[in-house]
Design a protein around this ligand. Sequence first.
Ligand SMILES: Cc1ncc(COP(=O)(O)O)c(C=O)c1O
Length: 388
Amino acid sequence: MSSLANNYNRRRLSFKKGKGSFLYSTNGKKYLDFVQGIAVNSLGHACPKLVSAINKQSKKIWHVSNAFIIPEGEKLARKLTQKTFAKKIIFQNSGTEATEAAIKVARRYFYSIGKPKKNRILCIKNSFHGRTIAAIFASNSKKMIEGFGPKVGGFDHFEFGNIKSLKKSITNNTAAVMLEPIMGEGGIKVHSKNFLRNLKKICNKKNILLIADEVQCGIGRSGKIFAFEHSKIKPDIVPIAKGIGGGFPMGAVLMTNKVASCMVAGSHGSTFGGNPLAMAVGNAVVEQIFKKKFLKNVEKKSKYFHNELKKIKNDYPMLIKEVRGVGLLIGLKLFNNQAKFIQNLEDNNLLTIRAAENVVRILPPLNVKKSEIDLAIKIIRKVCSELN
Ligand SMILES: Cc1ncc(COP(=O)(O)O)c(C=O)c1O
């Protein structure tokens, strides 16, 4: 009997070792891990470059307060600003902290320019931005908010992909629209380029900030550093986490100068955010992912993967409804409940994970090998033939 609370439906599986795309279970089996901590281990398990970075840093300094300068954090912030739209960074420890901080920045910005009533955040119905008390009301999904009232105010909602619903939900008090360019937990739902461009136009016209939550779809997962780049739009605030730490817990909020100027001393903080160990790993992660060739490779491999999956879908049209996603953020939308499909994949040594709308999420490490994609394809095909 576990002493852990029951807030997870845990699979009866544990691991003793991981290497690259593979996990080795405590009961002696080898799995192709296409969950990777849910899009966290961007360079796979035990990546030698990350192991070396954390080892080196662990012998120097583990932790100092943000009351002092942390050179590793300065370095990572510099790299992030050099490679992206952002001019200023605040480091956090997780995705939900990053989205919360993004909301704070948006509100504080309008406060700082004398518009304190412009403080409402407009989100997509049943989106996912984390599990803190504010983030669950940002989502407003019944499952996530049940029993956690009183309701946190200040959030409005519109329908996914629906410009009419978006326009209707905007008021003079709307400070920001917050959305994931590709909804991960929501079922790998990709916003059309058109929708995002129209959204950005509306934001510009109405003086509304755009928060692109790239916690799951960012840092190379879509084949570009950020998923919003596919639509060539420019957000004002971007929370990130997951992939930037490559398995070490960290998050960050990326901002333009315009909005960052409101975050004066004392306006936000975190004991562990920007911790030297996390920063050392983050630096090692971006050193790989920011290489042009690296992202080109993600694009190339993901195209191959998507094509092979589409062939399977065509062969099993009664089983797979749709192949979703961009880059290596992939979803198989099934006609039936996805639990059995995921279990059968696991029985055949391939780990995947559910998302909403009967979607099986497939999240290989970004440095996955073609041979590993081929192995996954073979297993998915076998499971389809078993379930057909
Ligand atoms: C888009 C998005 N935002 C926020 C979060 C919350 O991140 P964390 O679980 O690190 O708090 C997640 C986690 O899955 C996410 O996918």
